[in-house]
Design a protein around this ligand. Structure first.
Ligand SMILES: Nc1ncnc2c1ncn2[C@@H]1O[C@H](COP(=O)(O)OP(=O)(O)O)[C@@H](O)[C@H]1O
Ligand SMILES: [Mg+2]
Length: 402
């Protein structure tokens, strides 16, 4: 029989609500045949494509996320509409790279995430909601779909996030190098993998805003959805006082593990940030928002590097591997390079490892779907705080086969 392996389409749409990323990944093929293989040949990256949301869709998604009161009918429709958009994105990617997938792993669009318990109607509950109807995707693409990855981890006492460290650990662990894998999406998160670490030694948490605040101030002040290449920020000057004030945000001072979203760095935060910038030139404000991302990442790295666990021991980190849309913001990247250089950490990009920066999270959900399909657990309890490793997600079967 021809060894074609199992092809999984990973579908991600993050908190930036910029659009949909689809990655095609082949698992379990004969190692020697894989053209470009990751994790020592355990899987092969076949291709990645990005589909920006139409402007009105992005607006609808953002307002659903930020809403204190939303129409149930609209949320229900949004769920089905996103299912259609995810299906279109997967089939377009299959056509583009000429591969048919056997399975889809679809993260969905997070509308709400609260990883820590709060009292609700006299019971302590955590809550999360990823929308984008998997039944639609299964029907349209014609293969099983794994979705809703986060609740199982939360049911096991975890925060339901971050889940990508499972991939980070698989791809980037090294016997001799301590590595920080840093993704800069809407929110920025890191996975710290000390040299020679076992899975339970991996530390992962959200570091704070990624592109979310930069996007919001750029939209408000320049009517552009993001600061392409970081060119606006490059032309501005830092407003020290606004940066210092923002760095005092409760989330940034909190001890990890911790997760953030629009609840922390959404509309309200941006309004107060803009206020603290006063009447300074608009480009200065974009620069300061960019500096906030760089500074909060560096602060988190310093914290990890000096953290004590049991007997006080300092873990040396040698490299940071960058991914996510923020890796394309040159101003942000140079700020990071300067800050990290001063503590002896070299900046690298996931692209250097055969994984395009924008594709990493989509690849992660292909991997998690593959593990679920084989009934294997794929959360890292050290990252999410869960009591144990569990099988993540729900599986939706197509009603017909292609
Ligand atoms: N060329 C670019 N220059 C600057 N920023 C970019 C560029 N491309 C993408 N980005 C930023 O990356 C964000 C999307 O990053 P992504 O990793 O998709 O985040 P998320 O996972 O939250 O969707 C955009 O909103 C934008 O801020
Ligand atoms: Mg995105």
């Amino acid at each position: 029989m021809k060894d074609r392996g199992m092809i999984v389409a990973g579908v991600m749409s993050g908190t930036s609500a910029d659009g949909i990323n689809v990655a095609l990944v082949r698992f379990g093929q004969n190692r020697r045949k894989a053209k470009m293989s990751l994790a020592g040949g355990a899987f092969e990256f076949l291709g990645h494509a990005e589909y920006p949301y139409p402007t009105k869709t992005r607006k609808a998604v953002l307002s659903a996320m930020n809403a204190s009161a939303a129409s149930v009918a609209e949320l229900a429709r949004l769920n089905f509409l996103l299912g259609e958009l995810y299906s279109d994105a997967v089939t377009a990617t299959e056509r583009r790279f000429q591969f048919k997938s056997d399975l889809v792993g679809c993260h969905g669009q997070t509308l709400y995430h609260q990883g820590e318990p709060t009292t609700f109607l006299s019971r302590r509950v955590t809550a999360t909601w990823q929308t984008g109807e998997a039944a639609i995707v299964a029907a349209q693409v014609g293969v099983p779909v794994v979705s809703d990855f986060r609740p199982a981890d939360m049911a096991a006492g975890g925060q339901g996030a971050p889940l990508v460290p499972f991939l980070d650990y698989m791809l980037f662990r090294d016997r001799y190098l301590g590595r920080i894998v840093q993704n800069i999406g809407g929110i920025a998160n890191l996975t710290a993998i000390p040299a020679g670490a076992a899975a339970d030694e991996v530390i992962a948490f959200d570091t704070g805003p990624g592109n979310m605040v930069i996007d919001a101030v750029t939209q408000t002040l320049f009517h552009k959805s993001f600061d392409r290449g970081g060119s606006i920020a490059a032309s501005g000057m830092l407003i020290e006082s606004a940066l210092a004030r923002a760095m005092r945000h409760n989330f940034l001072r909190k001890k990890p593990p911790k997760t953030a979203g629009r609840e922390e760095f959404g509309r309200e935060f941006v309004e107060s940030f803009l206020q603290s910038c006063g009447k300074r030139p608009k480009a200065d404000i974009v620069r300061s928002a960019t500096a906030l991302t760089a500074k909060s990442i560096t602060a988190a790295v310093l914290r990890v590097a000096t953290e004590t666990k049991g007997a006080a021991k300092r873990k040396p980190f040698h490299e940071m591997i960058l991914s996510g849309g923020g890796a394309k913001n040159s101003t942000l990247v140079s700020m990071l390079r300067a800050e990290l250089g001063s503590i002896g950490i070299r900046l690298r990009f996931s692209d250097e490892f055969g994984l395009p920066a924008a594709a990493k999270e989509a690849v992660a959900f292909a991997l998690l779907a593959h593990e679920t399909w084989h009934r294997r657990p794929s959360n890292l309890p050290s990252a999410t705080g869960a009591r144990r490793a569990v099988v993540l997600g729900k599986i939706c079967y197509p009603q017909f086969s292609r």
